[in-house]
Design a protein around this ligand. Structure first.
Ligand code: ATP
Ligand code: MG
Length: 328
């Protein structure tokens, strides 16, 4: 059976971008793959996190995984920090990656832009991400479009290790959805929606109450003109809203264009809000039930135990190939 792995950072409240671009596919893939889905808390601390907020977000992301339909009987669900092998292989990958490769990463450029002080962890982040994937010899990694470059680097690092130390790692493939791989920010159609954006109006969180969703969508910026038509080049903002509509309603972009022909943005945005509110309601309900039950802790414990067993095997093999003297 092939292996699938992915993760989401507890760096804020998950957005519909995280759901459409990544989490939805986790749920589909768990049926046919040996599955590892993590809450990547070691990645989250590459930018400063308040301890209480990190703790809450970590539990919240895990509960959202369950609410979205991940099933602990089918998938290993765990926190990255509960499996110390990630940090250890991460260090090893840091020694294999070149500074020049890291300097080319657009996520680093975006996240460090305009900052006075940038932690070195943000720079070496892709080495840890490579370790996350290679530890389980994942075949497939479902991610949004923004992670494509990191995946490419992971493939290069797997190849580099195999070349230097003998074939060992599986070279992973990205799994990027055809539609919805890059949901854009509500306040700027040229930037991707991100949960760590300090302007909460720029994203819709999966846990936003209905009135907040309505308000955010009514305020979403829209391109000049008035026609509801899909044209990402010239009308990125309305096109983004149409993609969201399509994802939540199941209607195709053509069907949405036909439905709103001759109508203005205002009416479309109002109906979009209702589609999103209705789409998120069952997930929100399940989320609150799961949080109340406290079941997340048991799921995370079991997930970490399974993950550690698999990760330790990899690490022993890697260290042996590299020439580390085994502890006797
Ligand atoms: P942060 O701002 O802290 O980086 P994020 O919203 O980018 O948060 P991540 O935890 O970095 O979320 O990414 C989790 C997954 O969600 C990744 O697979 C990523 O590619 C995907 N993803 C993130 N943003 C979007 C988006 N706007 N559209 C589609 N997929 C996305
Ligand atoms: Mg991100």
């Amino acid at each position: 059976m092939k292996t699938v792995l992915s993760g989401i950072q507890p760096s804020g409240s998950l957005t519909i971008g995280n759901y459409i671009g990544a989490m939805k596919n986790f749920v589909a893939l768990q049926e046919d793959y040996n599955s590892y889905f993590m809450v990547v808390d070691l990645h989250a601390i590459t930018v400063a996190q308040e301890p209480a907020a990190l703790r809450e977000a970590s539990e919240s992301v895990a509960a959202l995984y369950l609410a979205a339909g991940l099933d602990p009987a089918k998938a290993n669900i765990f926190l990255q920090s509960h499996v110390p092998q990630h940090a250890e292989l991460g260090w090893i990958m840091t020694t294999l990656v070149a500074m020049g490769e890291l300097e080319r990463m657009t996520q680093f450029k975006d996240k460090s832009e305009g900052k006075d002080s940038v932690g070195a962890g943000l720079f070496v982040y892709p080495a840890l991400m490579a370790a996350d994937i290679l530890l389980y010899n994942a075949d497939l990694v479902p991610v949004g479009d923004d992670q494509k470059q990191h995946l490419e680097l992971t493939r290069d690092l797997a190849g580099r290790f195999n070349h230097r130390f003998g074939e060992y790692f599986t070279v992973p493939e990205p799994f990027i959805p055809k539609v919805g791989a890059r949901i854009m920010s509500l306040d700027d159609g040229t930037k991707k929606m991100s949960k760590s954006n300090p302007n909460a109006g720029s994203f819709i969180a999966l846990l936003d109450p209905p009135d907040v969703i309505r308000k955010k969508l009514s305020r979403a910026t829209t391109d000049s003109g008035r026609e509801v038509m899909y044209d990402p080049q010239n009308k990125p903002e309305i096109s983004n809203l149409m993609s969201i509509y399509s994802q939540f309603s199941g209607l195709s972009l053509d069907e949405i264009t036909a439905k709103y022909e001759g109508q203005m943005y205002g009416g479309f945005k109002k109906e979009l809000a209702e589609v999103v509110v209705a789409g998120l309601e069952p997930l929100q309900q399940r989320y609150h039930d799961i949080r109340e039950s406290g079941e997340v802790h048991q799921v995370l414990r079991q997930g970490a135990e399974n993950a550690q067993a698999a990760a330790e095997k990899t690490l022993i093999a890697v260290k042996e190939r590299m020439g580390f003297l085994p502890a006797q």
